[in-house]
Design a binder for this molecule. Structure first.
Ligand SMILES: [Zn+2]
Length: 399
């Protein structure tokens, strides 16, 4: 790497890390986020540009950058310098996304999955989809920095194993990062879908600019993720933000986790559909529920209103504990956001400390059903230290 007078290696690495984790930024953004002078940023950016590590507006310029750069010009890492694969293992689907280091999605694959699938079959399908997506994107395996993968269950970050969850039973006790890594010949980072959805929304969606963001994923299960100061908070072994298993009624129904009266037994999609059996039978789907509710069906409106109240009370507890400035509602039930928000907000303001309740903005996620796969990309982009050896190998392959 070219070293210029007046620039320090630490600043080069900080600028590269910032562009890798945040995506396109102006020189002014970089100066503000790193708390350094514009002159320092210009020197560092000039050196990185000459080394081919960064580009302006996504395309390498001939010769060199303008002396100071236009104030609003966006800088990114060189898209040719590597790529990342993100995988979302849903209950009934696998989604794969390939993105470059400039945060551009290059290819995407989606395949349905049986709810009672075998975990190792799912890993093999994901490996095939990842290879297909890399081929479609024109990315060689030697240029892949790493693979991120999201599972709808707790992943122990100390052992790499999947804990008990609503995912198919064959996942429990498996070490998916090791198994998928062996299939693909690439480093794999596995995390919970709530954590990854949070990372994606903070990086590319409704959580941008938040200081303390809480992402709540409402679907077959209830997940969450906390991003504090731009960094995911996983707790001591990866099970932080298991929001769905917060006890809301010690005398309530038995939950799949073995506890009684968890939030998930009241507001998950299966719980809501179960409450509507007497009126709508057993064939009702999530899409039906939301469509009926929007058309004014009393039972569907009532079930979503009650769910909104439950969620608001539970989010008020989070509000008091971690004092977020943004709560992002994602997952399949976010399609009912307009119906959930009024009761949710009312209960949140009633139950949270006034400061905490007034501080928080509740909003709908912007990334929809791509959030987890995109978050799987982001988690690799954040894993600078863990993937340092691989990053050096990819950089060598790029030359
Ligand atoms: Zn539970």
């Amino acid at each position: 790497m070219t070293q210029r007078p007046g620039t320090r290696p630490g600043n080069h690495e900080r600028v590269v890390e910032l562009l890798r984790t945040r995506g396109p930024l102006t020189r002014a953004d970089i100066a503000r986020l790193l708390d350094v002078s514009r002159a320092t940023v210009s020197n560092v950016v000039g050196a990185l540009y000459q080394d081919g590590l960064i580009v302006e507006n996504g395309s390498p310029g001939p010769g060199g950058p303008p002396k100071q750069g236009r104030p609003g010009t966006l800088l990114t890492l060189n898209p040719a310098a590597g790529a990342v694969v993100g995988i979302d293992f849903g209950h009934t689907h696998i989604r794969v996304i390939v993105a470059d280091l400039a945060h551009t999605v290059l290819a995407e694959q989606l395949r349905p999955l049986d709810r009672d699938h075998d975990a190792r079959d799912a890993l093999r399908i994901a490996a095939t989809l990842a290879r297909d997506a890399l081929a479609a994107a024109g990315v060689k395996q030697s240029m892949v920095l790493g693979v991120g993968a999201g599972l709808p269950g707790p992943v122990n970050t100390l052992t790499g194993t999947v804990g008990s969850s609503s995912i198919a039973p064959s996942w429990v006790g498996l070490r998916p990062a090791e198994e998928l890594g062996a299939l693909l010949g690439l480093p794999v980072i596995v995390d919970n879908v709530g954590n990854l959805g949070a990372l994606a929304e903070v990086t590319w969606g409704a959580g941008q600019g938040a200081q303390v963001a809480v992402y709540v994923k409402l679907g077959t299960g209830i997940g969450a993720g906390f991003v504090l100061g731009g960094r995911l908070f996983r707790g001591s072994c990866g099970t932080a933000a298991e929001f769905g298993h917060m006890t809301v009624d010690p005398a309530g129904r038995i939950c799949r986790c073995g506890n009684r009266g968890c939030l998930e037994t009241y507001v998950s999609l299966p719980a809501l559909l179960d409450q509507l059996r007497a009126r709508h039978g057993t064939e009702l789907t999530a899409v039906d529920l939301i469509r009926h509710a929007l058309a004014g069906d009393r039972a569907c409106v009532r079930v979503l209103t009650d769910a909104g109240h439950r969620l608001g009370t539970a989010i008020a507890v989070l509000g008091n504990l971690v004092n977020p400035d943004r709560v992002i509602i994602g997952g399949e039930l976010a399609a009912a956001y307009e119906l959930l928000l009024p009761p949710l907000r009312s209960a949140l303001l009633r139950d949270a400390l006034p400061f905490a309740g007034a501080q928080v903005t509740v909003c709908k996620g912007q990334l929809g059903d791509r959030a987890v796969a995109l978050g799987s990309v982001v988690t690799v982009l954040h894993a600078t230290a863990r993937l340092a050896d691989r990053a050096r190998a990819v950089a060598a392959a790029a030359r």
